[in-house]
Design a protein around this ligand. Structure first.
Ligand code: G1P
Length: 293
């Protein structure tokens, strides 16, 4: 039986230059979709999939992420005094249990592969999940939970994938598809941000991974790849020579919140799915659209 995946890594050190000035003093992972920060959605998805320990790879100016996952006694006391018991219970439910979160800093922005490598001592010799909070995946069950089912069947390394317009492949990591069904097929190659003519498929790496700890040894060479950065995709491509990688075409919708359009679309989609606001929001939205016509 495959070793249980207990730990998840969240790289949150990125600068968020595409969202300036919003992200000048505030981490991009704290941008909200309706009323929850992006990082909270990723943590919720991991917890739903059975993750017990949450590792955040932070950087300078990211302290507020640590505060977000801490108690806030003044706020809690005020909510209690005002009888807002549900809001209080919800806030407390969002928190990792004491001792279940770790924070470490990536001191220089050397790439995603380097950020993941920074987690090596905390993860130890165990398989782990990796979630990129920019990629918000609306799915039931969550994308990571769907991947866990493939992991229980196949073990090894698992990558969530989806199809994109072939013109967009150069913005993502791309996998080559081998045998097997959509829910668990074998991956026979990976390349980071290829030119359209070099892409093995239009299946992108959607920002959710289950990886074996041997990846850390490969990341430790600090070899630079696409964009002059240390890429997790390059290390995975090397690991593919020794271990199996399974692709999971999950059921759900991805909002690439690293882009303005994806972020705005996520807000609309999540708002229209919220019982407390959807009717009023839809009216406002239609009003705006009709006025524009
Ligand atoms: C990273 C990964 C890429 C993946 C993408 C998903 O790229 O390197 O393989 O497809 O996330 O968002 P980045 O968006 O950090 O450039």
């Amino acid at each position: 039986m495959s070793k249980k995946v207990r730990t998840a890594v969240f790289p949150v050190a990125g600068l968020g230059t595409r969202f300036l000035p919003a992200t000048k003093a505030m981490p991009k992972e704290m941008l909200t979709v309706v009323d929850r920060p992006l990082i909270q959605y990723a943590v919720d998805e991991a917890r739903e999939a059975g993750i017990e320990h949450f590792i955040f790879i932070t950087g300078r100016n990211k302290g507020v992420i640590e505060d977000h996952f801490d108690r806030q006694f003044e706020l809690e006391a005020t909510l209690e005094q005002r009888g807002k018991t549900q809001a209080l219970a919800e806030l407390q439910a969002d928190l990792p249990v004491a001792g279940q979160a770790s924070f470490t800093r990536q001191q220089e922005p050397l790439g995603l592969g380097h950020a993941v490598w920074c987690a090596r001592d905390i993860v130890g010799n165990e398989p782990f999940a990796l979630l990129l909070p920019d990629m918000l995946i609306k799915a039931k069950p969550g994308a990571l939970k769907q991947m866990m089912q493939a992991y229980e069947a196949k073990g090894g390394n698992i990558i969530a994938v989806e199809e994109v317009d072939p013109n967009d492949v150069s913005s993502y990591g791309i996998v080559g598809r081998g045998d097997g069904e959509d829910k668990a097929f074998s991956i026979n190659g990976m390349v980071e941000k290829p030119k359209i003519q070099d892409a093995p498929s239009n299946l992108i790496i959607s920002g959710r991974y289950i990886l074996q700890p041997e990846i850390f040894k490969l990341l430790s060479s600090h070899t630079k790849g696409a964009g002059g950065e240390i890429q997790i995709t390059d290390a995975m491509q090397k690991l593919l020579k020794e271990q199996d990688f399974t692709g999971v075409k999950f059921a759900g919708t991805t909002y690439d919140c690293g882009s303005k359009i994806g972020f705005l679309a996520a807000n609309v989609a999540y708002a229209l799915d919220r019982d407390d606001i959807k009717d009023d929001f839809e009216k406002e939205l239609l009003k705006i659209i009709n006025e524009k016509k």
